[in-house]
Design a protein around this ligand. Structure first.
Ligand code: GCB
Length: 595
């Protein structure tokens, strides 16, 4: 569904941000009819995770079910329209009731879900919204879950985290993005998919494919408006067709150095009447791989950036707009041009900023550390569905230039992964993703344990590697680290002959720790490791970028190797720069490779 907007035909209301809250570790709520409302004097802010907000109630590490309830007055003029409820994201799954009636469920975190609540909504009255949110995961969920028994049976008890997780970030629970009630006409645009092409030096093409809810229309008109308000191109369908092309002469292409956005205005018509209108901000650009180069609008581009997280003090994973603004300011300040939404799709508000500011994005699906030994029958289906929703949601963002459809499969180094089963799995999911979008390169970052025979390389357009030499391997030894990195990149490139992107490298540093010698955990060590990696990566002609792990320190599940946070940020969790941040600003400011 399209992001809710307000205009002559559509209206929206953000739901009050303080909700009634009750944890339900026994899962007794549904049987007790809590969907008709429940007793509690606890309030929680939405968006926001329960973990740090309600730590004092014992919820810092809580994994389980919790209930949210909220009343919202729906204006009388919503009546006669379709009424929708959007949950921006609830991690990792949710069930929704409106006025006591079940309206649907969502098995995926990190993505919005829109429910048509027309038949349940009472316009001109107060309405009750109840949401049951769970942050539990299992073998078939995306991301895949893990339990204490798995660690015991696999004889890797020292790797167990609390809460158990297959990933190195807190499994925050809660409603993490805004909840919005909105109205659309009964016949309305449900999706607009925009493909852009470069036809000539200053000639661009915009192909629009519309999807419509309802049947009461007989034509579609689209127009493209530049930033002076001038209509530069327009097109009308002949009858009920849903595809339109626009050609733009004297086109200003979107790029990171000139993130020029046009307004695409689409009108759904019945006879001479307009019955729905939707406006998108689009950028006209083309991304492609040619040989070992990544090309944006035909020009070589080198990615300088980060893996990030949606993580902040108290808010947890909840969308916090001041932080979004701050992070983009910091990304500009440090002279970076890109980031990866490790390890899940970020809020749409983040991508809108990236479009506007010209920051390039790798959008990632949370198939993290997939362990094929435990892939249940539904995993492939869930993985595909997740990718399909992510692609649909992010398709029109010019900033999104690459899809990452997983991260570090086979992190345990299990042999059976190479017997054809890993290949079969990844071939299917890569093919599927390509069938959804053939215009963007697709990749999956690989880890050291999975090695260079990892089947993801065979299907990836870009060879993405996460490497921690000088940290997990060769600790404190930067010389061995860089020798191994350089050798391995050469071997990788020789084997697959595709461009290489280092999607992760870095070292923990405790802000304020210093040393005159190479000493792990100091700011100097982190800064030097990053500098050495960058020099090595940039010396290879086949590399297309370097992404430091991580932009900022972030909270993780409990484990003896983490002092509450993963400290690989070049900014602290509260966004103060460490020494490495100043170093990167200097290196990236010098523009050594095409950016
Ligand atoms: C990785 C993972 C990332 C971790 C990082 C680390 O390879 O992709 O999620 O946080 O290593 O710091 O260990």
């Amino acid at each position: 569904m399209l992001y809710p907007i307000r205009n002559t035909f559509r209206d929206m209301q953000e739901v009050n941000p303080l909700w009634k809250f009750r944890a339900d570790p026994e899962k007794a709520g549904e049987k007790s009819g809590w969907f008709n409302d429940f007793d509690s004097d606890v309030e929680i802010a939405v968006p926001g995770s329960w973990n740090e907000q309600l730590e004092e109630l014992g919820l810092l590490h809580y994994v389980g079910l919790a209930w949210y309830s909220q009343k919202i007055f729906l204006p009388a003029h919503f009546s006669g329209k379709r009424v929708w409820l959007r949950i921006g994201s609830a991690d990792f799954s949710s069930r929704i009731w409106v006025n006591g009636s079940f309206v649907g469920k969502c098995e995926f975190g990190f993505l919005p879900n829109d429910y048509d609540i027309t038949e349940f909504a009472r316009c001109g009255e107060e309405n009750l919204i109840v949401v049951g949110v769970s942050n539990e995961l299992n073998d078939d969920s995306v991301p895949q879950g893990i339990t204490t028994e798995h660690y015991e049976n696999e004889n890797r008890m020292r790797e167990e985290t609390n809460p158990p997780a297959r990933f190195d970030f807190s499994p925050f629970g809660g409603i993490h993005r805004p909840v919005i009630v909105y109205s659309t006409p009964s016949s309305c645009f449900s999706n607009l998919r925009v493909d852009t092409k470069i036809l000539g030096k200053a000639r661009g093409k915009v192909e629009v494919a519309a999807e419509i809810n309802g049947d009461g229309f007989d034509s579609i008109r689209v127009e493209l408006v530049d930033q002076e308000g001038k209509v530069v191109s327009q097109s009308v369908t002949d009858g009920k067709k849903t595809r339109l092309d626009l050609v733009v002469d004297s086109c200003r292409f979107w790029s990171n150095s000139d993130p020029y956005l046009y307004l695409l205005r689409a009108f759904l018509r019945r006879g001479a009447d307009v019955i729905d209108e939707y406006t998108l901000r689009i950028g006209i650009r083309e991304i492609r791989i040619e040989g070992d180069k990544l090309l944006l609008n035909g020009h070589e581009i080198f990615l300088k950036g980060f893996g990030k997280h949606e993580d902040f003090i108290v808010a947890g994973r909840g969308l916090f707009l001041p932080l979004v603004v701050k992070d983009f300011q910091l990304m500009k300040w440090i002279n970076s041009n890109s980031f990866r939404t490790s390890h899940y799709p970020y809020a749409e508000e983040v991508l809108l900023q990236a479009d506007r500011l010209g920051i390039l994005v790798i959008s990632e699906a949370p198939a993290i550390s997939l362990d094929l030994r435990h892939v249940g029958p539904k995993m492939m289906q869930n993985h595909k569905q997740f990718v399909s929703r992510m692609v649909q949601r992010d398709y029109n963002h010019p900033s999104v230039i690459i899809w990452s459809i997983g991260n570090e499969p086979n992190i345990t180094g299990y042999d059976g992964y190479y017997d054809g089963s890993g290949k079969k799995y990844w071939e299917e999911i890569f093919d599927y993703t390509r069938s959804l979008d053939s215009s963007r390169p697709i990749t999956v970052p690989n880890c050291t344990r999975a090695g260079l025979d990892d089947p993801v390389f065979e299907f990836s357009d870009i060879l993405s590697i996460n490497r921690y030499y000088g940290w997990y391997e060769y600790p404190g030894n930067l010389q061995l680290a860089i020798e191994r990195l350089g050798r391995e990149m050469d071997e990788l490139h020789n084997k697959y002959k595709k461009p290489v992107l280092v999607t992760e490298f870095g070292a923990d540093s405790l802000s304020g720790s210093h040393s005159n010698s190479l000493q792990m955990f100091t700011e100097e060590y982190q800064s030097e490791l990053i500098e050495d990696y960058v020099r090595c990566i940039e010396s290879k002609p086949y590399t297309i970028g370097e992404m430091v792990w991580n932009f900022a320190d972030f909270r993780t599940p409990q484990h003896f190797r983490r002092v509450i946070l993963n400290l690989k940020g070049v900014f602290t969790r509260s966004r103060e720069p460490k020494l490495a941040a100043f170093k990167l600003r200097e290196i990236w400011g010098a523009q050594r490779k095409e950016t």
